[in-house]
Design a protein around this ligand. Structure first.
Ligand code: SAH
Ligand code: SF4
Length: 368
């Protein structure tokens, strides 16, 4: 039986929704602000209702049923404080997701040097089936709820003891396919009553869902946009990204232009270099043209091998040549030397490995 419709996890609620819930119960709405302080203020971040000592006990006992605090269980932490740290989380229904904390590195998406960046997941699995990606290999299971997105940030800050300065939606899943929950999550992460992270410190990566890019352009939040391009021509892109058949490159470029124009922002193209697939100099020249039209920045990413997939990264001289073709044409391009390659930091890889070795929950000990 599904829970009654008034039951929403606490970390899925906006301040206004919490106020409405309180009014419905005949309580003053100012209590909503108190509750949000308990769960989001850094020195508080409580994990059960009974800790909210300025809320009357009788009210707490009603609210904890209506708005339960549901935190994923941290079942594995790999890496160490000064390297990439990866958190494997088990959700309420047993599904596994991952969140990756990347320490200080040169600027990738913003203007300043990136500090601690958290890479969050938006879905369990992915329906888009890009040929090179571990997340899509087992298909799509479900969307993450708003709370499951927001609490990734809270848990990562709790375990690492660090404050997260940047957020990238580049973990498992296609955030734009889980649009409603994603928008709600960034609203909570951005809000002064929530986590208080600047919208310009958040980047959403998409495989190119054109209608959602246009919707996001109309949203007030100044979140940054990264496009998983990986091919500059339809021929190349369609070979590795089925989504290109639905939204071909020209349509995608129009949507990107619309976004850039609306937000007065430079967007980023992500381009994985895969040997013999998209690393030809002719593709680099076309990519430079696409980027020039939009004044987009390009992040080249040498392919991270995925067990069971046939692809490889090109040799360093080939990577360098691709980069110099872009730079010689005046394009702002960098090669992202993957941190955390050694701990399976690429999209979806750790979860796959652990999921395939897990035979029962008893095998992995809980850490929180
Ligand atoms: N679904 C969204 C966001 C998650 S993927 C998207 O596709 O943009 C985040 C990034 O990781 C994407 O740019 C994706 O193309 C890249 N990626 C996936 N598999 C990879 C691999 N094996 N090596 C390097 N990057 C990979
Ligand atoms: Fe999904 Fe992104 Fe992986 Fe493509 S690259 S399968 S859209 S997670």
């Amino acid at each position: 039986m599904s829970p009654p419709s008034y039951i929403h996890p606490l970390h899925s609620l906006s301040l206004e929704e919490m106020e409405a819930s309180l009014r419905e119960l005949g309580h003053p709405s100012y209590r909503a602000g108190q509750v949000m302080e308990w769960i989001y203020q850094r020195e508080k971040r409580v994990e059960n209702w009974s800790a909210m000592t300025n809320i009357p006990a009788a009210l707490r006992s009603i609210l904890e049923v209506r708005h339960p605090i549901l935190l994923p269980e941290v079942i594995q932490v790999s890496g160490s404080k000064d390297t990439t740290q990866k958190f494997l989380l088990r959700l309420g229904d047993g599904e596994l997701i991952e969140t990756v904390l990347i320490p200080a590195s040169p600027a990738l998406y913003g203007d300043e040097s990136d500090r601690r960046t958290l890479c969050v997941s938006s879905q369990v699995g992915c329906a888009y089936g890009c040929r090179f990606c571990a997340s899509g290999l087992d298909g799509w299971k479900r969307h993450l709820s708003t709370a499951e997105i927001v609490t990734q940030v809270l848990l990562a800050e709790k375990i690492s003891g660090e404050r997260i300065n940047n957020l990238v939606f580049m973990g498992m899943g296609e955030p734009m396919a889980n649009y409603e929950n994603f928008i709600k999550a960034i609203t909570i992460l951005n809000a002064p009553w929530g986590v208080g992270l600047g919208a310009r410190k958040m980047t959403v990566s998409t495989s190119g869902l054109v209608p959602r890019i246009r919707d996001l352009a109309e949203q007030p939040l100044q979140i940054r946009l990264a496009i998983s391009l990986h091919g500059a021509s339809d021929d190349v892109r369609s070979q590795i990204m089925p989504v290109n058949q639905k939204y071909p490159v020209a349509e995608l470029m129009d949507a990107c232009a619309f976004y850039s124009e609306r937000k007065k922002q430079m967007i980023t193209f992500e381009y994985i270099l895969i040997e013999g697939v998209n690393d030809d100099p002719s593709e680099a020249r076309l990519l430079a043209e696409r980027a020039r039209g939009l004044r987009a920045k390009i992040n080249l990413i040498p392919y991270n091998t995925v067990e069971g997939l046939p692809w490889n990264r090109p040799s360093e001289p080939v990577q360098e040549e691709f980069l110099s073709i872009l730079r010689n044409r005046g394009i702002a391009a960098t090669i992202r030397r993957e941190k955390g390659h050694d701990i399976d930091a690429a999209c979806g890889q750790l979860r796959r490995r652990v999921a395939s070795s897990l035979t029962g929950s008893g095998e992995v000990s809980a850490m929180n």
